[in-house]
Design a protein around this ligand. Structure first.
Ligand code: ADP
Length: 390
């Protein structure tokens, strides 16, 4: 039994064929630069990568070429036992607190939510429409926002004029929910406790923190959109919204220009000139003061959230690092935990230095808070949610 997981972007389709029970990825790939003359398809199976360079005019052509790849290089889709197609959908608004079977009505709601997810939802819809036509199995939408539908009102509500907020559906929806749910669930299993007050730090190119009590999310750093919260690869994270008025009035910048500045030209890239944490670290090690400052701001923001969420939850049992930088950057974990020494946090430096794909504890036995590393796997989480639905 397998699930084909699709993450459809505006000019790309990422896919993975997954066996949800074993967690094995049988094949994965990527179609990129759809609609351009330099489109590219990459299909990876059993350690081999097969590539195709030809103009791919739209998502329908892209997906049919993916099917050809499967049938030529394996695993042949007819024999792959596909039970469902799982689609990642970034914005589910207030309508979805779990994955759903995609019907015409569900498609319509995802379309109605475009104003709240202008970059992502139109792109997801392209993939959904094409997959529903091409495959005769259930198509299921798994929403990034679903896990955060449990946020208490006090955490989801901005102190914005009530009428305006309601009319324009402005509230905290969160994002990366599939990862936060998967990782916090793994920590519950790893520590064998289902009453945990825990924090998950998802530190990839996008970055977010969540507070989870007994399996339910009670706070998260991303808000109306994935711009709010931590310092990210290219996003500001938290910033006084008055910076927008200031740039508009003083610099004469348009809304779109400020949007691009905050989402694509800020964060580590804006502070240090590079969005990749490895590169920023290398620059800092070579004495670049901007890179050093970027790392300091990054850690400071993390500490802000750790302090805030400890107070919100009335305690803290575990902090878990996940995603690219969280899973791989031992120095980052050591720097954050060193700052938590006054609160009884003790990192086991040897365990912290081990590279592994396993979920693991990296704090000492007597640490006041258990520190973990859990590799996230959003595709597997999507595949498993699909199996629950069907
Ligand atoms: P995305 O949000 O694009 O899914 P990932 O979770 O793959 O991102 O994380 C990508 C980021 O992880 C990279 O930009 C890089 O900053 C960081 N990263 C990956 N490996 C390391 C490493 N060994 N040390 C520090 N940072 C790393």
């Amino acid at each position: 039994m397998t699930v084909l997981v699709i993450n459809s972007g505006s000019s790309s389709i990422k896919y993975q064929l997954i066996e949800p029970d074993s967690g094995t990825t049988l094949a994965k790939g990527l179609v990129e630069r759809i609609g351009e003359s330099t489109s590219h398809l990459e299909h990876e199976v059993e350690g081999q990568t097969f590539e195709l360079d030809q103009p791919i005019e739209d998502h329908a052509v892209g997906l049919s070429l993916v099917i050809d790849m499967f049938n030529t290089h394996g695993p042949a889709l007819a024999d792959a036992g596909i039970r469902a197609i799982g689609h990642r959908v970034v914005q589910g608004g207030k309508y979805f607190d779990k994955a759903v079977l995609i019907t015409d009505e569900v498609e319509q709601i995802i379309e109605n939510l475009i104003p709240l997810g202008p970059l992502h939802n139109p792109a997801h819809l392209k993939g959904i429409k094409v997959a529903r036509e091409m495959f005769d199995v259930p198509n299921i939408a798994v929403f990034d926002t679903a896990f955060f539908q449990s946020l208490p009102n006090e955490s989801a509500t901005y102190a914005l004029n009530r009428d305006v907020a309601e009319k324009y559906q402005i509230r905290r929806y969160g994002a990366h929910g599939t990862s936060h749910q998967f990782v916090s669930g793994a920590v519950t299993e790893l520590l064998g406790r289902d009453d945990l007050k825990q924090m998950v730090l998802h530190l990839g190119n996008g970055a977010s923190a969540s507070a989870v009590v007994a399996g339910k999310a009670v706070d998260t750093s991303m808000g109306l959109t994935p711009l709010e919260g931590l310092v990210m690869g290219t996003r500001t994270g938290d910033i006084d919204p008055a910076a927008v008025f200031h740039l508009s009035r003083e610099a004469g910048m348009s809304t779109d220009e400020i949007d691009t500045l905050f989402n694509k030209q800020s964060g580590l890239k804006g502070l240090a000139g590079d969005n990749d944490m490895r590169q920023v670290r290398a620059l800092a090690a070579a004495g670049d003061p901007h890179a050093t400052e970027a790392l300091e701001v990054y850690v400071h923001r993390l500490l802000h959230y750790i302090g805030a969420y400890t107070a919100v939850m009335g305690g803290l049992d575990a902090i878990t690092f996940t995603a690219g930088a969280g899973e791989n950057d031992a120095d980052l974990r050591a720097e954050v935990c060193a700052r938590l020494t006054p609160f009884g946090v003790k990192l086991d430096l040897e365990k912290n230095a081990v590279r592994s794909k396993e979920a693991r504890v990296i704090s000492t036995q007597d640490s006041a808070v258990t520190i973990c590393v859990v590799p996230t796997n959003e595709e597997l989480a999507i595949a498993r949610q699909c199996m629950e639905i069907i």
